[in-house]
Ligand binder design. Sequence first.
Ligand code: GSH
Length: 226
Amino acid sequence: MKNPVLYYFDGQGRGEVIRWMLAACGLDFEEVLLTSREQYLKMVADGLFLYQQVPMLEIDDMRLVQCGAILRYLARKGNLYGDDAKEQAMIDMYTDGAQDMFNSSLGIPFQSTENAKDDMWKKVKEKLFGRYFPVFEKALQNCKNSCLVGARQSMADVLLTAALTSFQARQHDILDGYPNLQKWFDEQKKIEWISKFLAPGSKRKPLPDDKYVDTVNTVLNFQLGL
Ligand SMILES: N[C@@H](CCC(=O)N[C@@H](CS)C(=O)NCC(=O)O)C(=O)O
C-alpha cells in the first residue's frame, strides 16, 4: 500500500495536527514540501488542491483538503472517533477547540518585530488561560484512562497533545496552575507512539523560524490565508 503524502510547508502551521494524526493512526507518510511560487502555481494549475489551498493529503486514492475533513477521515480510519454519535459530538467539540487554540498561535512568527511577536503571544495566552485551558482542566477532572472522551484515546486527545506540545515549546511552564492538564499531558507523553513522535528524528516540525515565514510568504505571494 502506498504511504499517504502530505503537501504542505516545512513547518508546523496547519499541517502539524495532520502529522500528529497520521502518527496516531500508525501511518508512515511522505511529505511534498512547498518551496517556490512556481511549484505551487503548477500544482494549482494541475488541479491538485480543491480550493487552491494546503494542507492536502493524498491517501487511499483521494486528494483530501480542509483540515477538518482530513482529521475526521484519519480519526475514522484510525478508530480514534469514539463509539457513538454522542461521543463523536464531544470529540468534535474538544478537537475543534484544541485546533482553534493552536491556530490562534499560527500568526506569531509572521509578525514583523520581536515586540510584535511577544505581544501576539501574550494575546494568545489570554485566550488560552481565559477560554480554553479551564475547559480542558474541568473535562479532565473525572476522565477515564486519561481520555478526554470515553475510555479510549480519540482525535481530541491527539489534537490537545499536539497543541500543548507546541505551546510548551514556547513556554515550558505554560501548564502551571492547571494540575489536571499537566498530569494528563505527562501521561500522554508516556504513550508509546507519542513518546516516539516526540523524539528527535520523527516527522514532527519545530516552532516556525524566519526561513519558514519567508517561504510561506513567497509561495503564497504574501496573501496569507493564515
Ligand atoms: N480552511 C482551510 C484553510 C487552509 C489554508 O488557509 N491554507 C493556507 C496555508 S496555511 C493556504 O493554502 N492559503 C492559500 C490561499 O488561501 O490562497 C483548511 O482548514 O485547510
